[in-house]
Design a protein around this ligand. Sequence first.
Ligand code: ZN
Length: 425
Amino acid sequence: MLIPPKINPSVSLAATAAMQINSDRLRHRLQQLAQIGRLPNGGVSRLAFSAADQDARAQTQQWLQMAGMTVRIDPAGNLIGRYPGQDETLGAIATGSHLDTVSCGGSYDGALGVIAGVEIAQTLHDAHAHFHHPFEVIVFADEEGSMIGSKAMSGSVESRMATLNRSNSNPLAKALTAIGGNWKAIEQAKRQSEELHAFVELHVEQGPVLESVRAAIGIVEGIVGQRRYQITIEGQANHAGTTPMHLRQDALVAAARVILAVQALANDEHKQTVATVGEIHTIPNTVNVIPGTIKLTVDLRDLCDRHLNQLQSQLNQNLQTIGQETRTKIALQPTLQTPAVLADAEIQAAIEQSCQMLNTSYHYLPSRAGHDAQSLARLTRIGMIFVPSRGGISHSAQEYTAPQHCLQGVQVLWQTLWQCDRQLI
Ligand SMILES: [Zn+2]
């Protein structure tokens, strides 16, 4: 027999929405978490599966349990807290993020989204209140490395991950065991779409846009698609003294034009596309030899996959022209293609309404970094809320988001989840 959760019917949903997030506890918990893996320079090092990562997970598990959640660890190492809903047959409304960091990261990337979930659960629990839907807080395993947790949950684990080595020298299977996962059963971490009604993640922006437009909240339109290419330019290496200028096939001169052509791809009126040449190798790379071969990389990102296709065609055309005019041979080799993921329109609207209700400034923007939410989009509708990163800096000891912005982010998340629950969207 199904035992209904013990729910206090006297707490109405309207009262739930009016409940306040405890700003002191939120700040204190963020500080407490930032002490785990603290570096002398003020940064945080919690590589996935490391002792510090395990300590942060243990602390968070304790907080989730204090908030009245039942906690489990799935085979992919995801830590999942669940708080009963008024109707346990409904899919869960979920939030969460990650606790692992890069080798010298900051105190907010990932941690804020996890603590936000903890605080919302604690707020519900303190008031003996429940959503219609079950409520879940998910701490995804290894976001900064393989994104194994969210990928496994959405059923998209690649077999090559089995052989990946982590920077703490543990094979992934062994590393997973350390955090309570089980590589052999990883497929069982996959969840069904019906189990999750919506997933909304709060995260620091990791870019300078919100600060530049002076908005407290970013409403994420989606996570950009990404294309990477290797370009090889073949010219003719020759003597830098004896070869007249008009008889040269200088691959580096061609590369200079290619770099400007890549930059020009992103000069669209919406300023949404970004295009980067980040790596360049010159052969033979010698002071008195005309460069014969150049290899360089291109990274293109935009929220529209069709636009990325058009940019690729345009780049190809530009390369042909540059090749003809510089008498070099230029080849474009795709090396990575990640499709764009759009945030659910109704969740975006719910975030906007929440901002209006809380009288908080907001701005729509794409996410140009990858997040667990993009994997979850294979399973359920997703939304993301950004708060400003000072100076646009992240993955650094200098990463900082003001306490007021953290609080506003959690309040907007809280109102958004409440609206998702009430509207049964
Ligand atoms: Zn992150």
